[in-house]
Design a protein around this ligand. Structure first.
Ligand code: ATP
Ligand code: MG
Length: 224
């Protein structure tokens, strides 16, 4: 089976002043279509950095990331944005929803940017809010939602364009165990029902154990 994502010699370092911090060092791994994997490791080890690069939000310092043998970083910025829009759903560590807009407007946003008709965008958004269990809050502004509700809205937003892969960065980081469990069930259900490929960074050992694979990040290296 052709991997959905392949990293080849992926490295990332940050320069601050005189010093260079090598966060990811020559990583090689693949993710198959339909797989679920957890990225685990202590705070500051580079989990968000890795997810941002796989999400094409950030670029590697060296090495390549291939999506079904295509290198998105070779695209110009308009094509890269389009690729990202069509392929990747991203749930950020800090949800990055727009606080002044309602839940349903936030979920519709990527679809409107993609120029889907407004009615279709709204229908998709409402169906997803139902699926993630917050349809009764669809008219709430994000600033009026609880942390768990906002996180679910962020998951719905990530799914509105039916991505091939969901990259979720600590989607339950700030939630109580029960709400975290609900979000885990939700994410795993999406994998089962839609064959969605999922890569999730998490500190939560129970969440990590529920994923098909665990990728351990330490000292810039990934150990399966
Ligand atoms: N833009 C940046 N410039 C310089 N250093 C950075 C930058 N972004 C991240 N870092 C550093 O890179 C390292 C990895 O950060 P990253 O956010 O990927 O860690 P993480 O594993 O996601 O941590 P956490 O579990 O706390 O979310 C950290 O030491 C951080 O300080
Ligand atoms: Mg992080």
């Amino acid at each position: 089976m052709t991997p959905l994502i392949r990293a080849e010699g992926l490295s990332k370092s940050y320069k601050t002043g005189e010093t260079t911090l090598e966060v990811l060092s020559d990583l090689h791994f693949s993710i198959l279509p339909g797989e679920t994997a957890a990225v685990v490791g202590v705070s500051g080890v580079g989990k968000s950095t890795l997810l941002h690069i796989l999400g094409t939000i950030d670029r590697p310092t060296s090495g390549r990331v291939l999506f079904e043998d295509r290198d998105p970083f070779g695209l110009n910025s308009a094509d890269l944005a389009r690729f990202r829009n069509e392929t990747i759903g991203f749930v950020f560590q800090f949800h990055h929803l727009l606080p002044e807009f309602s839940a349903v407007e936030n979920v519709m946003m990527p679809a409107l940017i993609r120029r889907l008709p407004r009615r279709e965008a709204r229908e998709r958004a409402e169906a997803l809010l139902e699926e993630v269990g917050v349809s009764n809050r669809r008219g709430h502004r994000v600033g009026q939602l609880s942390g768990g509700e906002a996180q679910r809205v962020a998951i719905a937003r990530a799914l509105v364009l039916e991505p091939r892969v969901l990259l979720a960065d600590e989607p339950t980081g700030n939630l109580d165990p029960r709400t975290a469990g609900t979000i885990q069930d939700l994410i795993l259900g999406l994998n089962l029902r839609k064959k969605l490929t999922i890569l999730m960074a998490t500190h939560n050992e129970k969440m990590a154990a529920g994923m098909g694979r665990q990728l351990h990040l330490s000292d810039g290296k990934l150990n399966p």
